[in-house]
Ligand binder design. Structure first.
Ligand SMILES: [Zn+2]
Length: 774
């Protein structure tokens, strides 16, 4: 069949102008009657490969799929495109099933979806049907090697014997060779042509963050995306519930999902998520297999996944519509320890440990993450991706030899008998009970690293572990051991390169601005609401009507006639007829209102930061700029601070003095680099204004790598006590590390409370705050 005809069919029935990679060749192979094995990643456009041939071929296409929950959505999706399709599975009554079978006999449907277990229903009528194509989705379920093994799949080989001249298309997103051979053999495929599509999902951004203050980081993240659906994967059922509850408390529509909840509740949560009624699902890995929601805009891993296969499958649930989607993975030292324990105690422990190690290497990577992922799946890429955190902000290395020497000698002095937290305490000269109990304060090198913060020491030690100078003895209370390489640094002058520890500082005004922006009635939001209403009426998920990508295109192209509307990707003949008018009306109305507004109001121009900058450079004060722009003074301050961080030439000395910057720098170390302004405000007992704090932090942020001039000697604990006795009513870093240490030692809350002279409630809530306890 000519390429023009195929393209015309693609546009008319599915609304797309172009095929995705491999689709057209796969379709041509099928149409030539050859068996085909297609390996495509989730979201790579598998279904078009059999749906389009189904329309061209004379008879019926049978689609075998294990995902009963998905069948309805897939069939609904075809129906909105005007294609006659049905499904037969155990969720229907026998009358319903009979109805569809009868209609199949009279050639009313082009496609029928069926679960392998239900194939026997069709068996009796096979002779009366013209079967043109057999598509077997999720074909890896045939392999007992795979994780989704379905016994009924192993019987599917009889289809080829029974219909020797009908082409069979096997589809899967699992690439490994053993499974591929299994599929070909068991399905009795005849010299199948094999296609392996690239596993690269360029639209997914990749990011790994340290797990410190995870919940807060997540809340900030979600608040920036008020209308965007996302999934948060957690390791335990309990975490899913607790996290969902914490998010709900801040007003986020979040729900928990795990295999332990009752079926009805689970199905309800899933439906609400699919229909955009619930924004966030906090789930164990049980979630996602049975859904095909194309507008999941982000995926967060609250815990480190066990292996890269799982991780890639889970992040793959974001951005199936091809629009940009974000993924964030939180890496925590505690997770690694726990997973290592699980892996070493479970079946097949060598393999599981090796897989976990690869996962950890990915999380600790200092080079393009996508390259690492793709190479794991056997794909080699030359170029860096430009869409991972490492590409966007390459790590800066510095000579960390002295830091490494300090750490390694401290570990030597401690006779390699302590876990990470104690080493950090020792390096920082903490005066906690454990240190005194062991008389560590009398050892040489005690307090040698006092001028580096607790957080930074943690990160540096983890880097030293990753670089191979240290190792964790997982079965001996996680104590840290020196490896033979450590000697080279201590005695042979080997240099150590470490990377600068970066912490994300989140700007609250930015969140507010995004919030108001999204809440404002942008055309996208209006179209999204319209889509939601129609979806409710038709009882189908919203993305079945139009994808987010299609709505975005409508927003950009503003189609106002049938012809223009048909040019949108995803709009075929049927969708134009069904929904075109309503969407065109909405766009026309929006344009009209906009023009009227423009007439009555002088136009705001350019980027808001630029406007502030121009006014400031003209000599206006913050107050004057705020007045002229009708914005809050805080907003103007945050604009100027951001401009300064981004490299604009501004004189900050008029807003914050040298001495104040020095105080802030000291506070930053003591407070372990908090992500918000409030802790500083409290720290200075409300004596330093928020504006000064904001400007001071902007200064420190821009100069963080050349801080020699600013370098401030850390004060000893006692001096700090004298200086600011009030501050010690709060939790000090020393007390925190004491707490962490005792907790890791396995002491009970009651004991810790006695040791620290606080009540149990305070201990519990602090443990929760530090995310050590749920
Ligand atoms: Zn990259």
């Amino acid at each position: 069949m000519t390429s023009e005809i195929l393209h015309a069919k693609l546009k008319e029935n599915f609304g797309f102008e172009k095929f995705r990679p491999n689709q057209e060749t796969i379709i041509n192979t099928i149409l030539s009657g050859q068996d085909t094995l297609a390996i495509m990643p989730t979201g790579g456009g598998k279904s078009i490969c059999f749906q389009l041939p189904a329309l061209v071929l004379p008879g019926i296409t049978i689609v075998i799929s294990p995902l009963i929950a998905l069948m309805k959505d897939q069939v609904d999706s075809l129906k909105t495109n005007g294609i006659h399709a049905c499904y037969i599975n155990s969720s229907q009554s026998s009358e319903e099933q009979q109805f569809y079978i009868d209609n199949l006999k009279s050639n009313k449907f082009k496609l029928v979806y069926i679960a392998p277990e239900s194939l026997s229903y069709l068996d009796v009528v096979f002779n009366e049907l013209t079967i043109s194509l057999i598509a077997i989705d999720e074909a890896h379920c045939i392999s007992s090697w795979g994780h989704d093994f379905r016994p009924a799949y192993t019987n599917l080989g009889y289809l080829k014997s029974r219909f020797p001249s009908t082409p069979v298309l096997a589809l899967t997103a699992t690439a490994d060779k053993a499974t591929r051979t299994d599929i070909t053999k068991q399905l009795k495929l005849k010299n199948p042509k094999t296609f392996v599509a690239s596993f690269d999902r360029k639209n997914l951004s990749l990011e790994v963050r340290p797990a410190l203050d995870r919940v807060k980081q997540i809340i900030d993240f979600v608040e920036k995306k008020p209308n965007e659906s996302g999934i948060i994967y957690c390791l335990s059922r309990k975490t899913t519930e607790e996290l969902a509850e914490k998010l709900q408390k801040t007003g986020i529509k979040a729900k928990a999902y795990h295999a332990g909840l009752d079926n009805k509740l689970r199905a309800k949560t899933q439906d609400e998520f699919i229909n955009d009624d619930c924004q966030v699902v906090c789930a164990t890995i049980a979630f996602g297999m049975g859904i095909d929601k194309s507008n999941v805009r982000w995926v967060i891993h609250y815990n480190l996944p066990k292996n890269i296969e799982g991780y890639y499958q889970e992040i793959g649930r974001a951005g199936r519509d091809g629009l940009p989607a974000e993924t964030v993975l939180f890496e925590s030292y505690a997770d690694v320890i726990q997973l290592q324990k699980f892996a070493s105690e479970g079946l097949n422990s060598d393999v599981q440990l090796a897989k976990l190690e690869r996962m950890k290497q990915y999380a600790d990577a200092l080079s393009c993450r996508r390259k690492i992922l793709l190479s794991y799946f056997g794909e080699l890429v030359k170029e860096n991706c430009g869409n991972c955190d490492i590409c966007k902000k390459p790590p800066t290395f510095f000579d960390g030899t002295i830091l490494a020497q300090k750490a390694l000698s401290a570990i030597t002095r401690l006779e390699q008998s302590e876990p990470l937290a104690v080493i950090v305490d020792f390096l920082r000269g903490s005066r906690n009970a454990y240190i005194y109990e062991k008389n560590y304060q009398s050892l040489k090198t005690y307090g040698i690293g006092i001028d580096t913060s607790w957080y930074d020491w943690n990160q540096y030690l983890i880097q030293l572990i990753n670089l191979g100078y240290l190792e964790i003895a997982f079965h001996q209370h996680n104590k840290i051991l020196l490896t033979p390489f450590a000697k080279k640094v201590l005695f042979e002058g080997e240099k150590v390169k470490l990377t600068t520890v970066v912490k994300k500082v989140i700007d609250k005004t930015e969140i507010k601005e995004t919030k108001t922006k999204a809440a404002k009635s942008s055309l996208f939001e209006i179209l999204r609401k319209l889509r939601y209403e129609i979806a409710k009426d038709e009882e189908v998920p919203a993305y079945v009507i139009f994808s987010d990508a299609a709505l975005r295109q409508m927003e950009t192209l503003r189609p106002m006639s049938d012809e223009e509307f048909l040019a949108i990707d995803g709009v075929g003949k049927a969708k134009l007829e069904k929904y075109g008018q309503e969407f065109i009306d909405a766009i026309v109305y929006y344009e009209k209102v906009k023009q009227e507004k423009a007439k009555s109001k002088p136009k705001k121009e350019g980027n808001t930061y630029k406007t502030t900058l121009a006014l400031f450079k003209d000599g206006n004060s913050i107050e004057e700029i705020a007045g002229q722009r009708n914005l809050g003074q805080t907003t103007i301050v945050s604009h100027l601070a951001k401009l300064y961080v981004d490299g604009e030439d501004l004189d900050l000395s008029q807003f914050v003095s040298d001495a104040e910057v020095k105080q802030l720098h000291k506070a930053q170390v003591e407070l372990e680099y908090p992500t918000a302004l409030k802790p500083y405000y409290d720290h200075f007992e409300e004596k330093l204004s928020y504006d000064k704090i904001r400007f001071g932090l902007a200064f420190l942020e821009r100069h963080k790598n050349d801080d020699e001039k600013l370098k401030i000697k850390a004060y000893s604990v006692d001096e700090k006590r004298l200086e600011n006795p009030e501050a010690y009513k709060k939790w000090s870093p020393e007390e925190d590390s004491d707490l962490v240490h005792n907790f890791y030692q396995g002491k009970k809350v009651k004991e810790i409370a006695l040791l620290l002279g606080r009540n149990e409630g305070a201990i519990n809530s602090r443990l929760k705050k530090l995310e050590l306890k749920k």
